[in-house]
Design a binder for this molecule. Sequence first.
Ligand code: AMP
Ligand code: MG
Length: 414
Amino acid sequence: MKQDCDQMATKLLSVAEAKQNILDNITVVDGQEKLAIRQTLNRILDTDIQSTINVPPYDNSAMDGYAVNSADLPPTGEIELKVIGKSFAGRPYDGKLNTGEAVRIMTGAVIPDGADTIIMQEHATVTESSILISCGHHKGDHVRRIGEDMKTGDTVLKQGKLITPSELGLFASLGIPEIPVKRKCRVAFFSTGDELKSVGEPLGEGQIYDSNRYTLFGMLDRLNVELIDMGVIADEPSAVREAFQTASTIADAVITSGGVSVGEADYVKDTLEELGEVNFWRVAMKPGKPLAIGKINNAAFFGVPGNPVSAMATFYQFVQPALQKMMGLKDNFKLTMQVPCMTKLRKQAGRLEYQRGILSYNDNGEMIVNSTGVQGSHILTSMSRANCFIILPAENAGVTSGDLVEVQPFSDII
Ligand code: AMP
Ligand code: MG
């Protein structure tokens, strides 16, 4: 009874307040390593990158065609230009082009001295040793300028950037062989629950397989952190205490699933309180209301709920941005869009909901979203079928077909 009163007295934090509170309590890990270009993929850049060269390093052609001098371009009619040589990518023409002359040129080849304009080969009538070009071309057409992409001295990348395939290419374009990146965060994770069995073990009466350690593995692995899988911990205060203590000494962040509500076998919050500090534990969101956030020693602690969808939704909304901050990521843009929802959605006002949705295009090519169906927090297939969260604000009291809703796509191409 007392517990119920305490529970009622604890104000539910809004999702935004909870996110802010979490981020305010996270510090970026110390430590850097220098890695070869390919090893830096999915790591966080730990320095600004200044260009020491111009890219491209010289004016060059954007087309296969002919390099000409714009002074020769005819204002009306046509002109004939003598073709005096060739400039290929990697094999420049080493002479100078005079008035009345053109040089055959390929994409990426150096623009010869005396030329400033490229005529696409499709726009030139080729005769034996000359070309005919007509009016309508302009000075500078199809010329890529020196330094147009990156200039010597430019700050090309800022510290805190996630390194994606584009950055690997940029490092290579600049000729930088080794790049300083943040060290990886060490994350320990485990499941709590007497009912949990690991894959490979037979299921007894009242037991289920531990799926959260697998979804957590997947979500953490994608963040490119160093993983420490501590298995399943029994609903037993001493076992939970020991696991917390061990985890907090070996990891920068500890993630547990289950045991955060107010059931008789829920020891996570109390143990966290005993060994460290609890910052908060109840958030006005669905799925995933109970959520233990705090600290043990220097390790950040995240206790996500046991229900499989709640575990994933709270991970994506709270734990992922927190770990990204810890990893040193500065630009943490998450795409959301307003899209008409074609399914009626049931919801009570009060908590922000992350329903599972399927984005698609209708027959007119317009983007729409539909519900995955039953939204129970134990229905993991709803996450598997979904390609987005449908985010319904706390005050929303239901959606009728055609209403605009905010969606957060699960992934994009990069
Ligand atoms: P709890 O948060 O411990 O009260 O658990 C809530 C629900 O999630 C219960 O039905 C648990 O059996 C289930 N659950 C807890 N942990 C896991 C897990 N690791 N994998 C799958 N289901 C779980
Ligand atoms: Mg439990």
